[in-house]
Design a protein around this ligand. Structure first.
Ligand code: ATP
Ligand code: MG
Length: 578
């Protein structure tokens, strides 16, 4: 590829709307352009990066025995009504009506379509197991599309679906995908972890997320330092420690009302009463599918919304703002408490272990002391509702935990028979009995992988592509375009590298060396070869590795062979690593 002929609109300024590195660098490097909120055009280099990921995904899915197909993006509402998700999926599902008044949606995922296909086309246990996948554009009307390719509304996903005769077989399909995903992300050259995960709207019983470790990740993971436990905090179970009673069980007090003028926050109340915040019961109002519910946690804890959602069996939960709380309940915000509260209450398991605690009095400017859970109030539900912290212990082995940020690039689920039963998708077993398929589904955010790779691999000058994902492995800079000799040497090098099977960008533009160096750093291809002054003086070219700036000069005639060997060797290492 000749730079002068290519559409690579790089810019020097950092676009104001881009908050994270991958978004900034993909825009600045001319990889993507925004069309509308969360909707992007992939320019040639952006598309090349996405295709690199897609190719690795395809190879490993095929190796694992999956078959590629391509399903429609437009899906009839009727299928979604059968599965029950037309109601449940919420506003991320973009629904519309066609000219015949038929309701449809743009596919955010394809469980319904594939289950429909399976019930029509798979009849016998002899056809199973079967794993079908596609690489396709998805649409989700994300509430906050952001960070460029990281959370788009339109994005490229690989989604696979497995069909098995029973749980044991489905478990083997799941394990095969778990392995394949490890191979995929290793081959992409990424630092990642598989973690236990919540199953979300897709449903199902069991799942793992694959997380690229990066400080800008929207997910938080907890990792045990002692065993191999790793989980998304949405899922990570908080283990109650033996004897975790608090607040002086020595003497149970009576409830007393105390004036706490202007003290609406836990910190203020605790400070005023001279106790630690873990003695206060924090009462918050959430809207669960629109209905107010009081949520109780210890004063020093945070509610984990996904755990709350699961405990309540709600599709969506959201913290209510002060005005809504007042409107919906007439209660004084800041002074809420569980005693004589008329709202439905759910409490974190730890709340039930508190003694002589402090809580709002449901009356402005007053709190209660001596509050005894169980005696003074009884929540409708109790469970593990709070966010795990680094001070907690591993729920599996009791070891120390660390919390770290990650970007979810893949997600695998055991679906069981949820979809096949709802949609009556059955096969005949050995005895001729009709049985529902036992299913699994497996997603990879192909376009998000590109963003995640950049979040993990960049510096102040630009992208540092892992070799397997780089749109080109080498950029050749011709710094003497007015010199015939330099130019013909650079052209020859470019040709030789291409003949050696490498993907090369040849910078033949009439630009200052400074601009060429800057663009080369920004684009982030693994090797830069400069044909310039050193060539004119000594017939040598400079080879620089983007990752660490390691530089060497070699005679021009030997350069191509040397680089081809280098790149091939490194690529082979990634592939065998898979
Ligand atoms: P998230 O929690 O980030 O919204 P999800 O759990 O909704 O993700 P899945 O339904 O499991 O995602 O989809 C499979 C994969 O598709 C995810 O692991 C992620 O890599 C990718 N993905 C999901 N939503 C987006 C999006 N809005 N933009 C880009 N990629 C996405
Ligand atoms: Mg999502």
């Amino acid at each position: 590829m000749r730079y002068s002929q290519m559409l690579i609109p790089t810019t020097r300024e950092t676009p104001a709307e881009a908050e994270v590195a991958s978004h900034q660098l993909l825009l600045r490097g001319g990889f993507i352009r925004k069309l509308a909120s969360g909707i992007y055009t992939y320019l040639p280099l952006g598309l090349a990066a996405v295709q690199k990921v897609a190719r690795i995904v395809r190879e490993e899915m095929n190796r694992a025995g999956a078959q590629e197909l391509l399903m429609p993006m437009v899906q009839p509402a009727d299928l979604w009504k059968e599965s029950g998700r037309w109601q449940k999926y919420g506003s991320e599902l973009l629904r519309f009506t066609d000219r015949h008044e038929r309701e449809s949606c743009l596919g955010p995922t394809h469980e319904e379509v594939i289950t429909d296909l399976a019930r029509n086309e798979l009849q016998s246990y002899r056809q199973l197991p079967m794993n079908l996948y596609q690489i396709q554009t998805k649409f989700r009307d994300e509430i906050r599309p952001r960070f460029g390719l990281m959370r788009g509304r339109e994005f490229v996903m690989k989604d696979a679906y497995s069909f098995d005769i029973d749980d044991a077989a489905a478990g083997r399909s799941y394990d095969r995908m778990y392995e394949a995903y490890h191979r995929i992300f290793r081959r992409c050259g990424l630092d990642f972890r598989a973690v236990e995960a919540d199953t979300g709207t897709i449903g199902g019983s069991f799942s793992h997320e694959f997380m690229v470790l990066a400080s800008t990740g929207e997910d938080t993971l907890v990792i045990c330092g002692q065993c191999d436990y790793a989980a998304n905090v949405e899922k990570a179970r908080v283990a109650i420690r033996a004897g975790q009673q608090q607040g002086g069980a020595e003497r149970i007090e009576e409830v007393k009302k105390v004036a706490t003028p202007g003290m609406k926050k836990v910190d203020a109340v605790a400070g005023f009463l001279g106790v630690a915040t873990d003695r206060v019961i924090k009462t918050m109002v959430y809207l669960a599918d629109g209905d107010p519910v009081a949520v109780l946690v210890r004063g020093d804890r945070e509610v984990q919304p996904v755990k709350l959602k699961n405990l309540l069996g709600a599709a969506e939960v959201e913290l209510a703002d002060d005005e809504t709380v007042y409107k919906k309940t007439g209660l004084p915000v800041g002074y809420l408490g569980p005693v004589n509260l008329t709202l439905r209450m759910v409490a974190d398991q730890e709340v039930m272990l508190m003694n002589n605690s402090i809580a709002g009095a449901n009356e402005k400017q007053f709190h209660l002391t001596g509050v005894q859970p169980g005696r003074d109030f009884q929540p409708a539900l109790t469970g593990d509702l709070r966010q795990i912290t680094a001070e907690d212990r591993c729920p599996s082995c009791g070891g120390p935990l660390t919390l770290t940020e990650g970007i979810e690039v893949g997600h695998i689920f055991k679906l069981g028979t949820a979809y096949s039963e709802a949609m009556r998708a059955t096969f005949q077993d050995r005895e001729g009995q009709a049985r529902p398929f036992v299913m699994g589904c497996y997603g990879i955010g192909v376009s998000r992988v590109v963003a995640a790779a950049i979040e993990q691999n960049h510096d102040e000058n630009g992208i540092i592509f892992p070799l397997p994902l780089a749109p080109c492995q080498v950029i050749v800079l011709n710094l003497g375009i007015n010199s015939e000799e330099t130019t013909s040497a650079a052209e020859r090098l470019y040709e030789e590298l291409r003949q050696g099977g490498l993907e090369v960008l040849y910078d033949d533009r009439d630009e200052r060396p400074g601009a060429k160096f800057k663009d080369a750093d920004l684009l982030g291809f693994p090797y830069r070869v400069t044909v310039g002054k050193t060539f004119e003086k000594e017939g040598k070219v400079e080879i620089r590795r983007r990752r660490d700036g390691h530089t060497e000069t070699v005679p021009c005639g030997q350069a191509a062979g040397y680089i081809v060997e280098l790149v091939r060797g490194e690529l082979a290492a990634f592939e065998s690593n898979g």
